[in-house]
Design a protein around this ligand. Sequence first.
Ligand SMILES: *Cc1c(COP(=O)(O)O)cnc(C)c1O
Length: 351
Amino acid sequence: MSKYFSRKPGELKAYVPGEQPRNVQQLIKLNTNESPLPPAPEVIDAVAAAAQKANLYCDPTMFKLREDLASIYGYTPDHFTLGNGSDELLSFAFLAFCNKEIGVAYADITYGFYSVLSRLYATDTKIIPLDAQYCINPYDYSALGRTIFIANPNAPTGIALTRAQIEGVLQANPDNVVVIDQAYVDFGAECAIPLVKKYDNLLVINTFSKSRSFAGGRVGFAVAQPELIANLETIRNSINPYNVNSLSQAAAHAILQHNDYYMQNCSVIAQNRAYLTKQLDALGFTTLPSMTNFVFTRHPAISGEQLYLQLKQRAILVRYFDSPRLRDFCRITIGTREQVDALLDAIRSIL
Ligand SMILES: *Cc1c(COP(=O)(O)O)cnc(C)c1O
């Protein structure tokens, strides 16, 4: 650390992304919940066309995308804004809806970025443990007097709350913002966006990184009533009004026009998830009920770290978490059927 750094030692704890190795061709990469399926060809064409005009700034209002989203979800464009990935929108949400007085609450086991942001922005934090089944208990989220962040489905468990349970949390916290981070919603969970019309304290954050095969393009979108969106816009325009670049805006527009392709891909992933879960069951694994494009699974004979290391030796990357409640588990992204079969062969040889 240089003597010029404005932060104290230990004050921040930066997010550690899953490994992104350079030799991906030789690897089966099942560690960061990307889609194994490519973008639609029209998306690639749209990026190439947009590159021709990359000398010009992008549209800082992202109007075309907000119109696309408006027609898909049945709200006016002022219900939407977009981010450079949903991570950026989570950061904007912290800046807009948390401060010294307004604290934050989230689960002990959830998306790692919430704790990174709460430290970065020095937010008073209440951690709410998952229950013994690794579920969020919505009754633990009553009248908290804080901004609430819930990943739904949750990560890395894969378990989802129903829309009715989310509605219960919204009703139990009428004076606080409830952020529903639904990065994995397209793989089978109930979407919270229809609740936006009824609840002025709901902010739904979505990403194109998982179900839309666009993790590298960095696009996320937020949905809420116009007053909340205006607050996020104030933050966004105070940091980076050109946050979603023109190539990504063009790609996102093409992605929204080819929804059928992506929803078809999601159903392939859901089928592969069911197949993998069944095969893991037969091998003695216990797998949490996933509504996502990954499974969180454990085996009595091998720790998460050992399974991770042994699979890595066989050129398959998965992820494990070195914390007390998670140590037994591996998180495995759902790949193509061929990747799933290669993974299963490797696991059989390890066991
Ligand atoms: C992957 C993920 C994100 C971040 O997605 P980006 O849009 O790529 O920044 C946010 N929340 C959860 C729960 C995720 O798993």
